[in-house]
Design a protein around this ligand. Structure first.
Ligand code: AMP
Length: 214
């Protein structure tokens, strides 16, 4: 099965994907994580993506589609969660072509809906482990020792694009580029939506139900 988790920044896509990986053995493909790794490893791709990402803008479609194609090629036969890709209609069309070549298809596009005020609260308070990627929140889910990851002891920091200016740009970019995907996937007959509000476990339960995963 290949399915898409999409929604605004801060909807909880990364958190829910991590749970699906841990509990259901699915593979998580997050273009945001792939770009962050490229930046960390100072690759050519990382150099191209860094300033765009830090400001909250999208990386160009052609670069992003090529990266996903490269990644999916190695995941034939696996259950895959796509998180943060596609983010534009051009990327959605690109994904269809990639999957066609692999003789696979996207089964569900699941939208996680969260009120904008809650998103702002989540994003401004979010802190992420720079080593293992675990996600925290200064108020709702703080680390036990300040700035130290509970899981691996890595440095826990604010993402560069979780500043107020970048968040504003990301939300605007999301509305202009990603929201049209709702209609796109409705037309394809694979769209569904759940509320992303409540506890992590509550949202997770809704996802499993929607995907008909035991
Ligand atoms: P995320 O971790 O999904 O919030 O993504 C962080 C940033 O990575 C985004 O704000 C974009 O700059 C970049 N990015 C992630 N996924 C995509 C995508 N599908 N298309 C273009 N840029 C992306």
């Amino acid at each position: 099965m290949i399915f898409l988790l999409f929604g605004p920044p801060g909807a909880g896509k990364g958190t829910q994907s991590a749970k699906l990986v841990k509990e259901k053995g699915m593979v998580h493909v997050s273009t945001g994580d792939l770009f962050r790794n490229a930046i960390k490893n100072e690759t050519e791709l990382g150099k191209k993506a860094k300033s765009l990402m830090d400001a909250g803008n999208l990386v160009p479609d052609d670069i992003t589609i090529a990266l996903v194609e490269e990644t999916l090629k190695d995941l034939q036969g696996k259950d895959v969660i796509l998180d943060g890709f596609p983010r534009t209609t051009v990327q959605a069309e690109g994904l269809e072509k990639i999957l066609e070549k692999m003789d696979r298809k996207l089964e569900q596009a699941l939208f996680i809906d969260v009120d904008e005020n809650k998103l702002l609260q989540r994003l401004t308070g979010r802190r992420v482990c720079s080593n293992c990627g675990a996600s925290y929140h200064v108020e709702f889910h703080p680390t036990k020792a300040e700035g130290v990851c509970d899981l691996c002891g890595g440095d826990v920091k604010q993402r560069k694009d979780d500043t107020e200016a970048a968040i504003k740009t990301r939300l605007q970019t999301y509305k202009e580029n990603t929201l049209p995907l709702i209609d796109y996937y409705k037309t394809k007959g694979i769209y569904s939506a759940i509320s992303g509000e409540g506890s992590t476990d509550e949202v997770y339960g809704r996802i499993l139900q929607q995907l008909s995963v035991e």
